[in-house]
Design a protein around this ligand. Structure first.
Ligand code: AMP
Ligand code: ZN
Length: 463
């Protein structure tokens, strides 16, 4: 199997550390908000890779972190902790915020037929491992203390920039206006931050109360579950110049050798040919798609039509066209479901399947593999073998091809007025005003909705 390695900028034959096993780390979500379709594209890429590896007979040991502390708004060392910010804005604890958005994330990936890796560790459950990692760096002289944290010394390390191919001068030119004059080099990054008293998430450490830097989380959890050398690390291309460069530096400095053999990166999803951003209101979620009658698996099909190393441009017209094509695909496959076996289709199917294998094993050429399936469906034959072959290919596509087209149940929007009543009820319960909370519940019930209470909060379900 060939995979493109960002470290070497080349397609390489995959050679694993252990025979028949792939150990792989994927940067996971920072659970302070909903995952948008761009984030989800990156997880579709991870899923396609995992499925293709499985098809090749590899046993998988995958890790995907849940970042619930330490990811600052700038990706580097500036700004507020994203979890902290969301918690303050929503008047909840960081743990509540993390639990809520993690469960939404789990539902989103499930709807997209993305199966999560074998281990999904939370950063806050691995603070000790992170502290140990930082202590190790300090002992080896690669980390130093400042007033606000422990920083990694990139000049001492000396090999910074192997992934992005930027040398230190270029890093310097790209660095932001410096705010921390105790840093030895502007690109030195925090592996541990000291916490001011009011900081919501903080732990005891050899450097006082504090919290881990985002980059150290991935290095520490990867090492814990996958060992000192593992096969593949994935993420989006935005992580190449800072997050992954930092991971490489830390691990190399501590271990004395690279931790990862193949770095693989998914390209970005654009919206209307531009960047996705909150201020433009175009950071769409799976829910936004559903509200416009777009099936989650249509979005998956849309992603599959571009190679993971190419940008993909989301527009509402394009996703609607994808939905039409996806439904046509489901129907074309299922026309063969009840067909007779046809000897003359056998060879056609075998050839198609072999071409499919070649395509997916060539650095996940999924668009080509889909084309091969379409060609088979357009062969003019109707045979059970064609259905069986499509379903076999679906082990990688993950498009529920065997199910056929099932129209999506229209989701009805819950009236705003009821959502407000639900909010008021939560407030009343907080204030132990049971009479008011009961009254609000009755009004909600009378409008035809039930309230479901859970530790993460309450939701409304139509009767
Ligand atoms: P975050 O939760 O911000 O750490 O991002 C989760 C994943 O989504 C990371 O692997 C990012 O590289 C990736 N990502 C962020 N924005 C986009 C985008 N527009 N298109 C594709 N992937 C993205
Ligand atoms: Zn990461």
């Amino acid at each position: 199997m060939l995979v493109y390695n960002t470290l070497t900028n080349k397609k390489e034959e995959l050679k694993t550390v252990n025979p028949n096993e792939v150990r792989m780390y994927s940067c996971g979500p920072t659970v302070y908000n909903f995952a948008h379709i761009g984030n989800l594209r990156t997880y579709v890429f991870m899923d396609l890779l995992r499925r293709t590896l499985k098809l090749n007979g590899y046993k998988l040991l995958g890790v995907m972190n849940i970042t619930d502390v330490g990811h600052l708004t700038s990706d580097a060392d500036e700004g507020e902790d994203k979890m902290e910010k969301a918690a303050k804005q929503q008047k909840k604890s960081p743990l509540e915020i993390a639990a809520y958005y993690t469960s939404v994330f789990e539902n989103d990936v499930k709807a997209l037929n993305i199966s999560l890796p074998e281990i999904v560790p939370k950063a806050t459950d691995h603070i000790q491992e992170m502290i140990d990692f930082v202590k190790g760096l300090e002992e080896k002289g690669f980390a130093y203390e400042t007033d606000d944290g422990i920083y990694f010394d990139i000049v001492k390390y000396g090999q910074y920039g192997v992934l992005s191919k930027l040398d230190l001068d270029e890093q310097l030119a790209g660095a932001r206006v410096e705010v921390n004059d105790q840093k030895r080099h502007p690109a030195d990054f925090a592996v541990w931050k000291k916490a001011p008293k009011e900081h919501l998430q903080q732990w005891e450490s050899p450097w006082g109360m504090g919290y881990p830097g985002w980059h150290i989380e991935c290095s520490a959890m990867g090492r814990k579950y996958l060992g000192d050398t593992f096969d593949i690390h994935t993420g989006g291309v935005d992580h190449i110049p800072v997050h992954h460069e930092n991971e490489i530096a830390q691990s190399n400095a501590l271990l004395g050798h690279p931790a990862v053999n193949y770095w693989m990166h998914g390209e970005f999803m654009m919206v209307d040919n531009g960047k996705m951003s909150k201020s433009l209101g175009n950071t769409y979620t799976v829910d936004d798609l559903k509200k416009k009658s777009i099936m989650p698996l249509t979005f998956r099909y849309f992603c599959l039509n571009a190679h993971y190393r190419n940008k993909i441009n989301f527009t509402w017209d394009a996703i609607k066209a994808s939905q039409k094509a996806y439904i046509r695909l489901l129907e074309a496959v299922n026309q063969n479901k009840n067909a007779e076996n046809d000897e003359s289709a056998k060879e056609l199917c075998e050839n198609a399947y072999n071409q499919f294998l070649e395509a997916v094993n060539d650095d996940l050429n999924i668009p080509k593999a889909l084309g091969i399936l379409w060609n088979l469906l357009r062969s003019g034959k109707c045979a059970r073998e064609i259905f069986d072959t499509a379903v076999r290919m679906d082990a990688v596509f993950g498009l529920d091809l065997e199910k056929g087209y099932v129209p999506m149940e229209e989701e009805t929007d819950i009236p705003q007025e009821l959502l407000e009543k639900l909010e008021q009820r939560a407030q009343a319960r907080k204030e132990k005003n049971w009479a008011l909370s009961d009254k609000l519940r009755d009004e909600i019930n009378q409008a035809g909705y039930d309230i479901k209470d859970s530790p993460e909060g309450s939701t409304l379900v139509k009767r």
